[in-house]
Every structure is written in structure tokens, then in C-alpha cells.
Ligand binder design. Structure first.
Ligand SMILES: C[S@@+](CC[C@H](N)C(=O)[O-])C[C@H]1O[C@@H](n2cnc3c(N)ncnc32)[C@H](O)[C@@H]1O
Length: 231
């Protein structure tokens, strides 16, 4: 049996799955999370799905390598259509996709998500959009994390059905749990975001037509500066 070491992003996602869960990994691609969970006996059952045949073939190859072909239920399906009520899944992972894709998957399949299910979401972009969708659709953020790989930061959001925290005046761009626990990677992540915003604002300011865009970028930059002053 090969040992399996996950990247920091995948490890941070796997760490949010309660041991003993019945897990559905939606958009599993190489099935690294399912294999990690089974090799380490951290899940009682795993479904790995993808809506493309190529990634499912890659998943089958990983499973074969670890002699786990029979242990994982591989399903070709769009989003949450992969899960049936009788699967009795308690943790759904949707990771490595854009925030918009994650919101669209959740919107099309939210009826399958009961109060007993934890969502472990890892948007590659637009985490704020995912937080807004959750708040607008009766899901509460119960935990969050940030993983770093080189210069890239990845946000992980854990949500369940329920009332969210008071959002007050901070925007969805800032994870409420990350802020509440002053996550050690929140400051460097926001500093990087602020540097990029300032660069984009300076670039856009060369064009008179982009005045509104510059105003928005500067407003966002001021907001990030304010949040950074609390950290
Ligand atoms: C970049 S991979 C991420 C793989 C893995 N989840 C990770 O975090 O490393 C995204 C995968 O999601 C799949 N995908 C995208 N939209 C999907 C959908 N609506 N339903 C199921 N899978 C989807 C893609 O085919 C692709 O294999």
C-alpha cells in the first residue's frame, strides 16, 4: 500500500471532514480526498462524482493504485444529482471550482442537503459569492480555514442549514469565522489582496472611461485596510 500525502489545500479540506462520515466528493477529479479518507480510515463510506468522463477515469486509476476500486462509489453526474436520499450522506465536499460554479451546484441541488449534512466548500475564486449564497439560502457558516501553497491562499468554508452569524458591517469578502478567530493567514491573504487591488486601481486610473471601476476598487481597498487594522 502506498502512503498518501495531500497538498496543504487538500489536507485542509480533508481535516474539515468529521471522522466516520459518509462523504460525497462532488467534482472529485483524481479522487485524492476519497482515497486519503479511506487509507486513513476516516470515512465509513465515500461517493466520488464528476460530470466529466476524463476526471472519472483519472479517479478510477487512483483507486486502482490504492486497491480501493470496490471501496468508492464512482458516479458520473452533474453536481448534487450524484447523491440519492438513500445514500445517507452526512458530508458533501465541493472543492477546487470557481465560486460561481459552487453556487450553481448548490442552487440546483439544495433540496438534497438536509439539516444533518455538512458542506465543505473550497472555492478557487469568489469566496464572498459563496458566503452570500449560503446566507441567502438558509445556511450558516460554522467553520472556516485558509490553506497556503506558495503565494496562493485557499479559503475553506464549512456550512450547515441554519441561521448565520450576524454579518453587521463586514462584507462577504471576509470570512466571519476567519475574522472571529483571527486566523493567522487572514492578514497575509488580505495584504496580498490589497496590493493587487491597488495595482489594478493604479492601472485603471490611466483610462478616463474606467472612473467608476477605479472608485469601486478604491472603496474595496479602503474596506480591506479597515479590516487589516483590526488584525
Ligand atoms: C479542478 S477539479 C477539482 C478536483 C478536486 N475537487 C480538488 O479540489 O482538487 C474540478 C472538477 O470538478 C468537475 N466539475 C465541474 N463542474 C461540475 C459539476 N457541475 N458536477 C460535477 N463535477 C463538476 C470537473 O470536471 C473537474 O474534474
Amino acid at each position: 500500500m502506498f502512503r498518501m500525502k495531500l497538498t496543504p489545500r487538500l489536507q485542509a479540506i480533508a481535516d474539515k471532514i468529521p471522522p466516520g462520515s459518509a462523504v460525497a466528493d462532488i467534482g472529485s477529479d483524481h479522487a485524492y480526498i476519497p482515497v486519503y479518507l479511506l487509507v486513513n480510515r476516516l470515512a465509513r463510506r465515500v461517493i466520488a462524482s464528476d460530470n466529466n468522463k476524463g476526471p472519472l477515469t483519472a479517479a478510477a486509476q487512483t483507486l486502482k493504485l490504492f486497491n480501493l476500486e470496490k471501496a468508492v462509489d464512482l458516479r458520473l453526474a452533474d453536481g448534487l444529482e450524484a447523491i440519492k436520499p438513500e445514500d445517507d450522506v452526512d458530508t458533501v465536499v465541493i472543492a477546487g471550482m470557481g465560486g460561481e460554479t459552487i453556487c450553481s451546484i448548490l442552487a440546483r441541488g439544495k433540496d438534497i442537503i438536509s439539516a444533518a449534512v455538512s458542506l465543505v466548500l473550497q472555492p478557487m475564486t469568489d469566496a464572498g459569492l459563496v458566503r452570500r449564497w449560503l446566507a441567502d439560502n438558509g445556511f450558516a457558516i460554522v467553520d472556516e480555514d485558509i490553506a497556503q501553497e506558495g503565494a496562493r491562499f485557499y479559503e475553506i468554508i464549512v456550512a450547515r442549514r441554519g441561521q448565520g452569524m450576524e454579518r453587521q458591517d463586514f462584507s462577504d469578502e471576509i470570512g466571519p469565522v476567519l475574522l472571529a478567530k483571527k486566523h493567522p493567514l487572514l492578514k497575509p491573504m488580505l495584504e496580498q489582496r490589497l496590493r493587487r487591488l491597488r495595482k489594478a486601481a493604479a492601472y485603471a486610473s490611466h483610462s478616463a472611461a474606467a472612473r467608476e471601476r477605479v472608485r469601486q476598487l478604491e472603496e474595496r481597498a479602503r474596506y480591506l485596510e479597515e479590516v487589516l487594522s483590526w488584525l
